[in-house]
Ligand binder design. Structure first.
Ligand code: MG
Length: 171
């Protein structure tokens, strides 16, 4: 019998594949997220490689809380685009209304897993918008496109991976 999606395992490779695919559909690869984690940590960890960063991004997307946040956030972005959402929420998401704030709150569920370094990194990434986050943010400004949750989710995964690296390698 096929294993159902909602089981009790903390690490779920099947849902991992689903969320990785969902992010790819929305234009983001794990490698690009790893690049942000590299930029965040390379000055603190001597000899850090992009491969190590990618390993930690992979580790982050194995966590159930992270997968659930990705599933929820990306679904809301897509529903807003398709118009499958009531007002005023739809306009708030389509226009990435600055005082909405729930996109950041959802992303905190990702950062939460990795403690206080995660929060600091997330704040930084949210402000500076490095690499792919800037691109997501710009693409989301198109009239028919909604990346309101995606940018925060990507930033949070990068911040969480950076924290995971810090816990693993920092002395
Ligand atoms: Mg956002």
């Amino acid at each position: 019998m096929e294993r159902p999606y909602a089981d009790d395992r903390v690490n779920d490779t099947r849902t991992r594949d689903t969320v990785v695919e969902m992010m790819a559909e929305r234009g983001v690869t794990l490698e690009e997220i790893a690049d942000i984690a590299y930029d965040l940590q390379s000055k603190y960890i001597k000899g850090l490689t992009r491969t190590q960063c990618l390993e930690h991004v992979e580790r982050v997307v194995m966590k159930r809380e992270v997968q659930n946040a990705i599933l929820t956030g990306l679904e809301l972005d897509k529903m807003a685009e398709k118009g499958h959402m009531s007002e005023p929420l739809r306009s708030m998401l389509m226009e990435d209304y600055g005082l909405y704030g729930i996109d950041e709150v959802l992303a905190l569920a990702i950062v939460n897993v990795y403690g206080s370094i995660g929060f600091t990194n997330f704040g930084y990434v949210d402000k500076v918008k490095p690499g792919v986050i800037k691109r997501i943010d710009e693409a989301g400004k198109a009239k028919d496109r909604c990346n309101t949750f995606l940018d925060d989710i990507v930033g949070a995964i990068a911040a969480a991976a950076a924290s995971s690296l810090a816990h693993r390698y920092a002395d």
